[in-house]
Design a binder for this molecule. Structure first.
Ligand SMILES: Cc1cc2nc3c(=O)[nH]c(=O)nc-3n(C[C@H](O)[C@H](O)[C@H](O)COP(=O)(O)O)c2cc1C
Length: 204
């Protein structure tokens, strides 16, 4: 059955620098589910961009327009996020947390948090997360990853599902494409991002 015009555009923010690594393959599976619904996706590798650290300058507050004053590639990411119907943020676990570029992206969400800590991200935008780690125990880094998703939620992005893919080490362990459990969960994450089942909200 052919789909009419894509309903919405979803931005896939890639926190792993590795193309066709475990994180990328799982994101592609989530994207497949979105495409099956007629939803277009745009993939962004944060590592391809120049995203400076947040200066903590509060320029985004002084301008009274909520805009970051640092002129780098994050300006493009802001535009993409604000024009998207949803986001998938995906990252490998590096030393118990997200890689540096993903943390830089998080810090640069400060313009979406008011001085009174109120969220200001415009409109409603669901975001789901894919984290990938080598260690088999999914609870190992959960507090740190929860802290990351909670921080994203402070912006007003609507935090939905979180997939923690464990026991993944490209080249040393079976690829995620041979892990039907992970592939199914990645597909479901993409499928449910926009057409969300209420009971699946904000779960690790
Ligand atoms: C610098 C670095 C630090 C890492 N730290 C952890 C870690 O703390 N815990 C863990 O389980 N895996 C860790 N890993 C393994 C990666 O999370 C794992 O290989 C992941 O599947 C990489 O995803 P990718 O294939 O998308 O790059 C680390 C890998 C690198 C390169």
């Amino acid at each position: 059955m052919s789909h009419p015009e894509p309903r919405k555009n979803v931005t896939l923010l890639m926190g792993s620098p590795r193309r066709n690594g475990s994180t990328h393959l799982l994101v592609q599976e989530a994207a497949r589910a979105l495409h099956d619904q007629g939803v277009a996706t745009q993939e962004v590798f944060l590592d391809d961009l120049t995203i400076h650290d947040c200066r903590g300058c509060h320029g985004c507050k002084q301008e009274h327009n909520g805009r970051c004053v640092v002129q780098d590639d994050m300006q493009r990411v802001y535009r993409m996020m604000e024009s998207s119907g949803g986001l998938v943020v995906a990252a490998p676990v590096y030393f118990g947390y997200v890689p540096a570029m993903t943390k830089a992206w998080l810090d640069r969400l400060v313009p979406y948090i008011g001085m009174d800590m109120s969220p200001t991200f415009p409109g409603s935008c669901p975001v789901s997360f894919i984290f990938v780690q080598n260690m088999p125990d999914p609870s190992l880094f959960e507090p740190a990853l929860r802290s990351f998703t909670d921080a994203v939620a402070m912006s007003g992005l609507d935090v939905r599902e979180c997939l923690v893919a464990t026991d993944c080490e490209m080249g040393a362990k079976p690829p995620v494409t041979e892990r039907p459990d992970l592939m199914e969960r990645a597909y479901a994450l993409g499928r449910d991002l926009i057409a969300m089942r209420p009971e699946a909200k904000n779960e690790f």
